[in-house]
Write a new protein. Structure first.
Length: 139
């Protein structure tokens, strides 16, 4: 069930091809500790989300958390390096739906809300991650 493991990584991996020009989003997210809290909150939300939790039953959650933190850090302009698989590779053959993807994004937004991340900064992060949607859905 690498399905949403990859989806999460994909969602949070973002657009590594075009790293941000500055670290303002990284700072707004609370740097690496803040990003880790957001990711952990998202994973806790997923654990309670009947729409997608099944996709994570056989996932190494600690590894997933670590890779997602790396990816979000990179996408936000932080001093991190992503060491995981590509989104296309992670999601190959999983046939994730738009509904699956949207549920995960909702869980991410709820985690950012819980951390007090402003809506404009949430939107900035989601905009950085959105281009990978095509590597995740219906693959």
């Amino acid at each position: 069930m690498r399905l949403l493991s990859g989806l999460l990584i994909a969602l949070l991996v973002g657009c590594a091809q075009q790293p941000p020009q500055d670290d303002s989003l990284y700072l707004a997210l609370g740097e690496r500790p803040g990003i880790q809290r957001i990711i952990e909150g998202m994973l806790l939300n997923i654990a309670k989300d009947r729409r997608i939790v099944e996709h994570f039953k056989k996932v190494d959650i600690v590894r997933l958390r670590d890779k997602l933190v790396e990816q979000v850090c990179v996408e936000a302009g932080g001093p991190c390096r992503y060491s995981g698989d590509s989104m296309a590779e992670s999601h190959k053959g999983q046939n994730l739906t738009r509904s699956d993807f949207n549920a995960l994004v909702e869980d991410l937004i709820d985690a950012m809300d819980a951390e007090g991340i402003s809506v404009p900064n949430q939107n900035r992060l989601i905009a950085r991650l959105a281009p990978m949607r095509g590597d995740v859905i219906e693959k």
